[in-house]
Design a protein around this ligand. Structure first.
Ligand SMILES: Nc1ncnc2c1ncn2[C@@H]1O[C@H](COP(=O)(O)OP(=O)(O)OP(=O)(O)O)[C@@H](O)[C@H]1O
Ligand SMILES: [Mg+2]
Length: 312
Protein backbone atom coordinates (compact mmCIF):
# COMPACT_ATOMS: atom_id res chain seq x y z
CA UNK A 1 0.00 0.00 0.00
CA UNK A 2 1.28 3.48 -0.82
CA UNK A 3 1.83 5.98 1.97
CA UNK A 4 -1.18 8.01 0.86
CA UNK A 5 -3.44 4.95 0.96
CA UNK A 6 -2.17 4.00 4.42
CA UNK A 7 -2.93 7.54 5.64
CA UNK A 8 -6.41 7.36 4.09
CA UNK A 9 -7.01 4.00 5.69
CA UNK A 10 -5.99 5.36 9.11
CA UNK A 11 -8.21 8.41 8.68
CA UNK A 12 -11.14 6.16 7.79
CA UNK A 13 -10.54 3.93 10.82
CA UNK A 14 -10.32 6.90 13.09
CA UNK A 15 -13.48 8.44 11.79
CA UNK A 16 -15.41 5.22 12.03
CA UNK A 17 -14.12 4.64 15.59
CA UNK A 18 -15.00 8.14 16.77
CA UNK A 19 -18.42 8.10 15.16
CA UNK A 20 -19.24 4.77 16.79
CA UNK A 21 -18.70 6.20 20.32
CA UNK A 22 -21.87 7.47 21.97
CA UNK A 23 -20.11 10.76 22.89
CA UNK A 24 -17.68 13.20 21.31
CA UNK A 25 -14.13 12.46 22.43
CA UNK A 26 -12.30 14.68 24.91
CA UNK A 27 -9.15 16.51 23.85
CA UNK A 28 -6.91 14.18 25.85
CA UNK A 29 -8.54 11.13 24.26
CA UNK A 30 -7.89 12.60 20.79
CA UNK A 31 -4.26 13.29 21.70
CA UNK A 32 -3.83 9.67 22.76
CA UNK A 33 -5.51 8.40 19.57
CA UNK A 34 -3.22 10.69 17.54
CA UNK A 35 -0.21 9.01 19.18
CA UNK A 36 -1.56 5.58 18.19
CA UNK A 37 -2.14 6.86 14.65
CA UNK A 38 1.50 8.00 14.56
CA UNK A 39 2.59 4.46 15.40
CA UNK A 40 3.66 5.26 18.96
CA UNK A 41 3.13 3.61 22.31
CA UNK A 42 1.25 5.79 24.75
CA UNK A 43 0.93 6.44 28.47
CA UNK A 44 -2.36 8.05 29.47
CA UNK A 45 -2.43 9.60 32.93
CA UNK A 46 -5.89 11.00 33.63
CA UNK A 47 -8.21 11.11 36.63
CA UNK A 48 -10.44 8.23 37.45
CA UNK A 49 -13.60 8.00 35.38
CA UNK A 50 -12.26 10.31 32.70
CA UNK A 51 -12.49 7.80 29.85
CA UNK A 52 -9.05 6.23 29.48
CA UNK A 53 -10.65 3.00 28.26
CA UNK A 54 -11.48 4.69 24.94
CA UNK A 55 -7.76 4.72 24.14
CA UNK A 56 -7.53 0.99 24.83
CA UNK A 57 -10.58 0.40 22.67
CA UNK A 58 -8.97 2.27 19.78
CA UNK A 59 -5.78 0.22 20.06
CA UNK A 60 -7.88 -2.96 20.05
CA UNK A 61 -9.87 -1.79 17.02
CA UNK A 62 -6.62 -1.09 15.18
CA UNK A 63 -5.14 -4.48 16.03
CA UNK A 64 -8.28 -6.22 14.75
CA UNK A 65 -8.40 -4.17 11.53
CA UNK A 66 -4.79 -5.20 10.86
CA UNK A 67 -5.71 -8.85 11.38
CA UNK A 68 -3.67 -8.93 14.59
CA UNK A 69 -4.27 -9.36 18.29
CA UNK A 70 -4.52 -7.18 21.36
CA UNK A 71 -4.16 -8.17 25.00
CA UNK A 72 -5.84 -6.19 27.75
CA UNK A 73 -4.05 -6.73 31.05
CA UNK A 74 -5.20 -5.70 34.50
CA UNK A 75 -3.84 -6.36 37.96
CA UNK A 76 -7.13 -7.70 39.28
CA UNK A 77 -9.27 -10.72 38.42
CA UNK A 78 -12.45 -8.75 39.08
CA UNK A 79 -11.39 -5.97 36.72
CA UNK A 80 -10.38 -8.56 34.11
CA UNK A 81 -13.83 -10.14 34.36
CA UNK A 82 -15.46 -6.75 33.93
CA UNK A 83 -13.33 -5.85 30.90
CA UNK A 84 -14.01 -9.29 29.41
CA UNK A 85 -17.74 -8.58 29.66
CA UNK A 86 -17.38 -5.09 28.15
CA UNK A 87 -15.19 -6.24 25.26
CA UNK A 88 -17.34 -9.30 24.55
CA UNK A 89 -20.32 -7.00 24.20
CA UNK A 90 -18.40 -4.79 21.80
CA UNK A 91 -16.64 -7.42 19.67
CA UNK A 92 -18.73 -10.55 20.22
CA UNK A 93 -17.94 -13.50 22.47
CA UNK A 94 -16.08 -15.43 19.76
CA UNK A 95 -13.47 -12.71 19.36
CA UNK A 96 -12.73 -12.16 23.06
CA UNK A 97 -11.01 -14.43 25.58
CA UNK A 98 -10.20 -14.33 29.29
CA UNK A 99 -7.18 -15.76 31.08
CA UNK A 100 -6.93 -15.38 34.84
CA UNK A 101 -6.11 -17.76 37.67
CA UNK A 102 -9.81 -18.67 37.83
CA UNK A 103 -10.85 -18.58 34.20
CA UNK A 104 -9.50 -19.80 30.91
CA UNK A 105 -11.91 -18.92 28.13
CA UNK A 106 -11.07 -18.73 24.45
CA UNK A 107 -7.36 -18.01 25.06
CA UNK A 108 -6.54 -17.92 21.36
CA UNK A 109 -9.04 -15.20 20.55
CA UNK A 110 -7.72 -12.04 18.88
CA UNK A 111 -8.62 -10.02 21.98
CA UNK A 112 -7.69 -11.56 25.30
CA UNK A 113 -8.16 -10.02 28.72
CA UNK A 114 -5.74 -11.35 31.30
CA UNK A 115 -4.03 -10.56 34.55
CA UNK A 116 -0.60 -9.07 33.95
CA UNK A 117 1.09 -12.08 35.53
CA UNK A 118 -0.44 -14.35 32.88
CA UNK A 119 1.14 -12.26 30.14
CA UNK A 120 4.50 -12.25 31.93
CA UNK A 121 4.38 -16.06 32.11
CA UNK A 122 3.48 -16.28 28.40
CA UNK A 123 6.49 -14.13 27.54
CA UNK A 124 8.88 -16.31 29.53
CA UNK A 125 7.35 -19.48 28.08
CA UNK A 126 7.70 -18.01 24.54
CA UNK A 127 4.05 -18.87 24.02
CA UNK A 128 2.83 -19.07 20.45
CA UNK A 129 -0.19 -17.07 21.64
CA UNK A 130 2.03 -14.00 21.35
CA UNK A 131 2.17 -14.33 17.55
CA UNK A 132 0.47 -11.47 15.70
CA UNK A 133 0.22 -9.47 18.90
CA UNK A 134 0.02 -5.74 18.03
CA UNK A 135 -1.00 -3.99 21.24
CA UNK A 136 -0.82 -4.67 24.95
CA UNK A 137 -2.95 -2.51 27.20
CA UNK A 138 -1.57 -2.22 30.70
CA UNK A 139 -4.47 -0.94 32.74
CA UNK A 140 -3.70 0.41 36.21
CA UNK A 141 -0.03 0.55 35.21
CA UNK A 142 0.89 2.26 38.50
CA UNK A 143 1.02 -1.27 39.91
CA UNK A 144 4.59 -1.05 38.68
CA UNK A 145 5.27 0.67 42.01
CA UNK A 146 3.95 -2.26 44.04
CA UNK A 147 6.80 -3.68 46.11
CA UNK A 148 5.73 -7.30 45.50
CA UNK A 149 4.06 -7.34 42.09
CA UNK A 150 5.59 -4.32 40.39
CA UNK A 151 8.42 -6.25 38.73
CA UNK A 152 5.79 -8.07 36.63
CA UNK A 153 4.82 -4.82 34.86
CA UNK A 154 8.47 -3.91 34.39
CA UNK A 155 9.29 -7.32 32.93
CA UNK A 156 6.31 -7.20 30.57
CA UNK A 157 7.26 -3.74 29.28
CA UNK A 158 10.88 -4.77 28.80
CA UNK A 159 10.41 -8.26 27.34
CA UNK A 160 7.41 -7.97 25.00
CA UNK A 161 8.35 -8.64 21.38
CA UNK A 162 9.83 -5.43 19.90
CA UNK A 163 7.02 -4.70 17.44
CA UNK A 164 4.30 -4.77 20.11
CA UNK A 165 3.09 -1.36 21.20
CA UNK A 166 1.90 -0.66 24.72
CA UNK A 167 -0.99 1.47 25.94
CA UNK A 168 -0.42 2.26 29.61
CA UNK A 169 -3.35 3.64 31.57
CA UNK A 170 -3.42 5.08 35.05
CA UNK A 171 -5.16 7.63 37.23
CA UNK A 172 -2.40 7.73 39.80
CA UNK A 173 0.95 8.16 38.06
CA UNK A 174 2.29 11.55 39.02
CA UNK A 175 5.67 11.26 37.29
CA UNK A 176 4.05 10.39 33.97
CA UNK A 177 6.59 12.18 31.75
CA UNK A 178 9.46 10.40 33.43
CA UNK A 179 7.67 7.08 33.24
CA UNK A 180 6.87 7.54 29.54
CA UNK A 181 10.50 8.48 28.90
CA UNK A 182 11.55 5.18 30.44
CA UNK A 183 8.98 3.22 28.40
CA UNK A 184 10.41 4.92 25.31
CA UNK A 185 13.90 3.63 26.10
CA UNK A 186 12.64 0.05 25.98
CA UNK A 187 9.72 0.16 23.53
CA UNK A 188 10.49 2.99 21.15
CA UNK A 189 8.56 6.21 20.64
CA UNK A 190 6.09 6.74 23.45
CA UNK A 191 3.76 9.69 23.97
CA UNK A 192 2.79 10.89 27.43
CA UNK A 193 -0.79 12.14 27.44
CA UNK A 194 -1.53 13.84 30.72
CA UNK A 195 -4.92 15.20 31.73
CA UNK A 196 -5.20 16.75 35.17
CA UNK A 197 -8.68 18.16 34.91
CA UNK A 198 -11.43 15.87 36.22
CA UNK A 199 -14.14 15.78 33.55
CA UNK A 200 -16.62 13.97 35.80
CA UNK A 201 -17.82 15.37 39.09
CA UNK A 202 -17.44 12.71 41.79
CA UNK A 203 -19.87 12.29 44.60
CA UNK A 204 -18.88 10.69 47.91
CA UNK A 205 -21.35 8.07 49.00
CA UNK A 206 -21.60 5.63 51.84
CA UNK A 207 -23.02 2.19 51.24
CA UNK A 208 -24.99 0.42 53.92
CA UNK A 209 -26.23 -3.10 53.34
CA UNK A 210 -29.03 -4.79 55.20
CA UNK A 211 -28.05 -7.97 56.94
CA UNK A 212 -31.46 -9.50 56.59
CA UNK A 213 -31.62 -9.05 52.83
CA UNK A 214 -29.48 -8.24 49.79
CA UNK A 215 -30.63 -4.64 49.82
CA UNK A 216 -28.01 -1.92 49.91
CA UNK A 217 -28.53 1.79 50.41
CA UNK A 218 -26.33 4.66 49.34
CA UNK A 219 -26.08 7.65 51.62
CA UNK A 220 -24.13 10.84 50.98
CA UNK A 221 -20.95 10.66 53.07
CA UNK A 222 -21.10 14.38 53.79
CA UNK A 223 -23.96 16.79 54.31
CA UNK A 224 -23.77 20.56 54.31
CA UNK A 225 -24.55 22.37 57.54
CA UNK A 226 -23.90 26.07 58.15
CA UNK A 227 -22.05 26.21 54.86
CA UNK A 228 -19.64 23.44 55.85
CA UNK A 229 -19.43 19.82 54.75
CA UNK A 230 -19.92 17.54 57.75
CA UNK A 231 -20.04 13.74 58.08
CA UNK A 232 -23.57 12.58 57.44
CA UNK A 233 -25.13 11.76 60.84
CA UNK A 234 -27.47 9.36 59.06
CA UNK A 235 -24.49 7.26 57.98
CA UNK A 236 -23.05 7.34 61.50
CA UNK A 237 -26.39 6.17 62.91
CA UNK A 238 -26.77 3.42 60.37
CA UNK A 239 -23.32 2.01 60.94
CA UNK A 240 -22.57 2.98 64.52
CA UNK A 241 -25.86 2.20 66.23
CA UNK A 242 -27.35 -0.49 64.12
CA UNK A 243 -24.28 -2.42 63.15
CA UNK A 244 -22.24 -3.84 66.02
CA UNK A 245 -19.15 -4.30 63.81
CA UNK A 246 -19.22 -1.48 61.31
CA UNK A 247 -16.55 -1.16 58.67
CA UNK A 248 -16.51 2.50 57.80
CA UNK A 249 -15.46 3.29 54.28
CA UNK A 250 -16.43 6.04 51.98
CA UNK A 251 -17.17 5.46 48.35
CA UNK A 252 -16.98 7.79 45.41
CA UNK A 253 -18.59 7.59 42.04
CA UNK A 254 -19.01 9.66 38.98
CA UNK A 255 -22.33 11.42 38.70
CA UNK A 256 -24.47 13.24 36.22
CA UNK A 257 -24.17 10.76 33.36
CA UNK A 258 -20.71 12.21 33.04
CA UNK A 259 -20.80 15.55 31.19
CA UNK A 260 -24.59 15.50 31.32
CA UNK A 261 -24.63 18.21 33.96
CA UNK A 262 -23.17 18.95 37.34
CA UNK A 263 -25.36 18.07 40.25
CA UNK A 264 -27.37 15.35 38.58
CA UNK A 265 -27.19 12.00 40.30
CA UNK A 266 -26.22 8.86 38.49
CA UNK A 267 -29.15 6.75 37.50
CA UNK A 268 -29.85 3.69 39.58
CA UNK A 269 -28.73 4.98 42.96
CA UNK A 270 -30.33 3.31 45.92
CA UNK A 271 -33.13 4.96 47.83
CA UNK A 272 -31.55 7.67 49.92
CA UNK A 273 -32.13 7.53 53.63
CA UNK A 274 -33.86 4.21 53.27
CA UNK A 275 -31.47 2.66 55.75
CA UNK A 276 -33.19 4.73 58.43
CA UNK A 277 -35.57 1.83 58.76
CA UNK A 278 -32.87 -0.84 58.73
CA UNK A 279 -32.81 -2.61 62.04
CA UNK A 280 -29.52 -4.20 61.31
CA UNK A 281 -26.99 -3.29 58.70
CA UNK A 282 -23.49 -3.76 57.40
CA UNK A 283 -21.45 -1.24 55.51
CA UNK A 284 -18.57 -0.88 53.10
CA UNK A 285 -17.29 0.67 49.92
CA UNK A 286 -19.68 0.27 47.02
CA UNK A 287 -17.23 0.47 44.14
CA UNK A 288 -13.54 0.51 43.33
CA UNK A 289 -13.59 4.27 42.87
CA UNK A 290 -13.00 4.53 46.61
CA UNK A 291 -9.39 3.60 45.92
CA UNK A 292 -8.72 6.63 43.83
CA UNK A 293 -10.84 8.81 46.06
CA UNK A 294 -8.97 8.15 49.27
CA UNK A 295 -5.46 7.58 47.99
CA UNK A 296 -3.44 10.63 47.11
CA UNK A 297 -1.86 10.30 43.70
CA UNK A 298 1.70 9.13 44.18
CA UNK A 299 4.72 8.79 41.99
CA UNK A 300 5.92 5.43 40.79
CA UNK A 301 8.41 4.83 43.52
CA UNK A 302 9.08 1.13 43.61
CA UNK A 303 12.81 0.82 43.80
CA UNK A 304 13.97 -0.80 40.65
CA UNK A 305 17.20 -1.34 38.86
CA UNK A 306 15.69 -1.18 35.38
CA UNK A 307 13.27 1.72 35.61
CA UNK A 308 14.52 5.20 36.40
CA UNK A 309 10.95 6.10 37.26
CA UNK A 310 11.36 3.70 40.14
CA UNK A 311 13.96 5.90 41.73
CA UNK A 312 11.60 8.89 41.83
N1 LIG B 1 -15.61 11.70 25.93
C1 LIG B 1 -16.51 11.17 26.73
N2 LIG B 1 -17.70 11.81 26.96
C2 LIG B 1 -18.63 11.26 27.77
N3 LIG B 1 -18.47 10.11 28.44
C3 LIG B 1 -17.32 9.43 28.27
C4 LIG B 1 -16.28 9.93 27.41
N4 LIG B 1 -15.24 9.04 27.43
C5 LIG B 1 -15.62 8.04 28.26
N5 LIG B 1 -16.86 8.27 28.76
C6 LIG B 1 -17.60 7.44 29.73
O1 LIG B 1 -17.02 7.68 31.01
C7 LIG B 1 -17.14 6.54 31.85
C8 LIG B 1 -15.81 6.23 32.52
O2 LIG B 1 -14.88 5.88 31.53
P1 LIG B 1 -13.66 4.87 31.83
O3 LIG B 1 -14.12 3.64 32.53
O4 LIG B 1 -12.94 4.71 30.56
O5 LIG B 1 -12.81 5.74 32.85
P2 LIG B 1 -11.29 5.49 33.31
O6 LIG B 1 -10.55 6.74 33.01
O7 LIG B 1 -10.78 4.23 32.75
O8 LIG B 1 -11.50 5.40 34.88
P3 LIG B 1 -10.69 4.51 35.97
O9 LIG B 1 -9.44 5.29 36.32
O10 LIG B 1 -11.66 4.44 37.10
O11 LIG B 1 -10.39 3.17 35.36
C9 LIG B 1 -17.62 5.41 30.94
O12 LIG B 1 -19.00 5.25 31.20
C10 LIG B 1 -17.42 5.94 29.54
O13 LIG B 1 -18.36 5.42 28.62
MG1 LIG C 1 -10.14 2.44 33.58
Amino acid sequence: MTEARVADDHARRRESFESSRPFPLDAFQRRALDAIDRGQSVLVAAPTGSGKTVVAEYAIANALEDGGKAFYTTPLKALSNQKFGDLSREHGTRRVGLLTGDNSINGNAPVVVMTTEVLRNMIYARSSTLEDLRFVILDEVHYLQDPYRGAVWEEVIIHLPPDVRVVCLSATVSNAEEFAAWVETVRGETAAVIEERRPVRLEHLYMVGERSSDQVHLLPTFVERDGEARPNPEAARATGKLDPTPKRRASTRAVGGRRAGAGARAAGSGPRGASRSSRSSRSGACCRRSRSCSAAPGAIKRSSSACPAGSG
